[in-house]
Design a binder for this molecule. Structure first.
Ligand code: SIN
Length: 463
């Protein structure tokens, strides 16, 4: 008998639906089906692949309200954010539907008249994706759209917490006319499905969004079959507020970055570094605005910040706050919570901690919750040194109107995504991804198609 996965509403702890966890045999069958479907799909004309992606995009847009509601129920994020995420998810499909038609090769001038050199691109094969619960729609389409556009077949394992959004998206893809073996989902526990994916010689590529810890394991396990890998892993984003910054703008954008999805994004502000001359004024302004954010069930239209996903997340956040307070941090706002361990819901009030120190866990580890520590700095050099002193390198933000400061910071920060006076840099047409232990490869933009393509070089001789 197969196991069931209970999908629960993180805002109430209530059961939404039970979904079947696929067995080893079913997952192996799905992998085989994806592999067998590759031959026909990779040879389907690129314009036809593009057309089918556009039909998929239309179907999702027509079902936007329903998908957003499912997403809020299973992830807890406010409905407005779920609606925005559906648009964001669709933007990847639209972008790669166009890119499908631009899979150019090139000819290289040969070193002798008797030769011709031609470079072509071809899809890598069957791609397996493992997607996270924090963006159940967009992280799936960010992988599926370039894979399908390139001519790869695709199989996704969504997070156990949020499989319903993915199941809906795959159903709509099939209704749009994309063949069943070309895009599939399987449900199950991460380590079990992940191992079946990494062990299978039929899967050519793994694309993962999630923790650095799991990413490292997938990389290790992918080595035996030399799989191509794309990893979008953890982050620990610094926000530098320079002496000359527009403080109102910095407050608005920091809130946007930090409290979207209750601080459960890989790119969200995690460490606020503020020049000492403005630290007090900025901290007060920020705390005054943060206090106005409404915490609650995402289905309530007034909610700005929903629950955190589960007990494990909640405990980590509590541990970080506790540690910071013990080491001398000061609560500027928040630090209250509403949780019921029995029922299984966990709401954390948006919290700002002043007088943070580098020895605090919250300054060293990713938080994944609505808590932000503030540390003041004396010089830009010091701010950069603190910002870079982490194994992570996903996103960093800074606020300044001085172009010399901006250029200096951009050139010295070791992060893949930089927001300059911008707390929301993500876009389907831009390369998203991290340096150092934040990942390998980029998703979105021109770069996002590359990981799904092989380069083939043809040398024609004897002419
Ligand atoms: C993430 O940080 O987990 C993804 C957020 C985004 O794409 O904006």
């Amino acid at each position: 008998m197969s196991e069931m996965i209970e999908v629960k509403n993180p805002a109430t702890g209530e059961l939404i639906q039970k979904v079947k966890a696929h067995t080893e045999e079913e997952i192996t069958r799905a992998i085989r089906k994806g592999h067998e479907s590759f031959s026909a799909w990779s040879k389907t004309n690129a314009h036809e692949r593009s057309r089918l992606l556009r039909v998929w995009s239309d179907r999702i847009q027509k079902n936007k309200e329903n998908i957003a509601r499912i997403m809020t129920l299973e992830s807890g994020k406010p409905l407005t954010e779920s609606l925005a995420e559906v648009d964001y998810a669709v933007s990847y499909i639209d972008w790669y539907a166009e890119e499908a038609k631009r899979l150019y090769g090139r000819t290289i001038p040969a070193h002798t008249g008797s030769k011709r050199i031609i470079v072509t691109r071809q899809p890598v094969g069957l791609v397996a994706a493992i997607t996270p619960w924090n963006f159940p729609a967009a992280m799936m389409t960010r992988k599926a759209a370039p894979a399908l556009a390139a001519g790869c077949t695709f199989i996704v394992k969504p997070a156990e917490e949020t499989p319903l959004t993915t199941m809906e998206l795959v159903k709509l893809a099939h209704e749009a006319g994309i063949p069943e073996g070309v895009i599939q989902y399987v449900n199950g526990l991460g380590p079990f499905v992940g191992k079946l994916f990494t062990d299978s010689p039929l899967i050519q590529k793994i694309s993962f969004t999630g923790s650095t810890e799991v990413g490292k394991l997938l990389m290790k396990n992918s080595a035996a079959t030399v799989k191509r890998i794309s990893m979008e892993l953890g982050g620990h984003a610094p926000v530098i507020v320079a002496e000359d910054a527009d403080l109102d703008l910095a407050v608005r954008q920091t809130i946007l970055s930090k409290f979207r999805n209750a601080g459960q994004t890989c790119i969200c502000a995690n460490r606020l570094l503020v020049h000492e001359s403005i630290a007090e004024a900025f901290s007060q302004k920020l705390a005054d605005s943060v206090r106005k954010l409404k915490v609650g069930n995402g289905l309530n239209p007034e909610t700005d910040v929903g629950p955190v996903i589960n007990k494990k997340s909640f405990d980590k956040i509590m541990e970080q706050i506790e540690d910071a307070l013990q080491k001398g941090a000061r609560v500027l706002c928040g630090n209250t919570y509403q949780a019921d361990r029995e029922k299984g819901y966990f709401f954390v009030a948006p919290t700002i901690l002043g007088q943070a120190g580098l020895d605090m866990k919250i300054m060293q580890e990713e938080t994944f919750g609505p808590v932000l520590p503030i540390l003041s700095f004396k010089s830009l050099e010091e701010a950069v040194e603190i910002a870079n002193s982490t194994p992570y390198g996903l996103a960093a933000y800074f606020f300044t109107n001085d172009y010399r400061t901006g250029i200096y910071l951009n050139e010295h920060l070791d992060f893949g995504i930089i927001g300059w006076n911008d707390g929301a840099p993500s876009a389907a047409h831009a390369p998203f991804g991290g340096m150092k232990e934040s990942g390998i490869g980029r998703e979105g933009g021109l770069e996002g198609m590359e990981p799904y393509l092989e380069t083939k070089y043809l040398s024609i001789g004897n002419l």
